[in-house]
Design a protein around this ligand. Sequence first.
Ligand SMILES: Nc1nc2c(ncn2[C@@H]2O[C@H](COP(=O)(O)OP(=O)(O)OP(=O)(O)O)[C@@H](O)[C@H]2O)c(=O)[nH]1
Ligand SMILES: [Mg+2]
Length: 185
Amino acid sequence: MNAVANNEFKILFTGPMGAGKTTAISAISDHEAVSTDVINTDLAQCNKELTTAALDYGQIVLPDNSCVRLYGTPGQERFRFMWPILLNNAAGVIVLLNGEHPELLDHLEHYVDAFGSGKVPMVIGVGRLPADDHSRLESLAMRLEKRGIALPIFDADVRQQDDVLLLVDTLLCLIEADDCRSMEA
Ligand SMILES: Nc1nc2c(ncn2[C@@H]2O[C@H](COP(=O)(O)OP(=O)(O)OP(=O)(O)O)[C@@H](O)[C@H]2O)c(=O)[nH]1
Ligand SMILES: [Mg+2]
């Protein structure tokens, strides 16, 4: 996985159904995000009107004129075949999680493992956390620590542009650090 050439970065948002991938990309994209949302027929898994069938796409141009291409995966397992297609050439991954979900810890491991087990630049954003309750973030960090994985984990409301930009900025810093290490090696 490498940053694409000419100061362009492809980054991928992933995570379970309803975590907010489509919302996050729409919140920060410079142009109207491309969406492939369709009517959600799996209300048992997540009670919302629409769900992504193929991908989300948006882009932002940074002050230094580099372009960040923002892709989002579908959350439903039946569209999992899209994951490797979307991951191809991605410089890093943002995993979004629903902090209220009873399977939060399993979701963390599932997505971290499916997208490189912490070996690719990765940031975790967790939404719907009770105010001032950091215990869930600590539980997530401990679950990764037990496996020797250390990743930045943030409380993030994907409806808030600044929260999403913090995730993207952090990921870009990790990508840059990774590139510097590769050049030194
Ligand atoms: N109340 C509340 N709503 C949130 C929060 N974060 C996300 N949402 C809402 O949760 C929904 C997430 O929907 P999507 O953005 O479609 O989620 P997705 O991850 O793209 O879902 P799939 O494409 O189906 O996998 C949106 O309606 C958001 O407004 C939060 O912290 N609090
Ligand atoms: Mg979506």
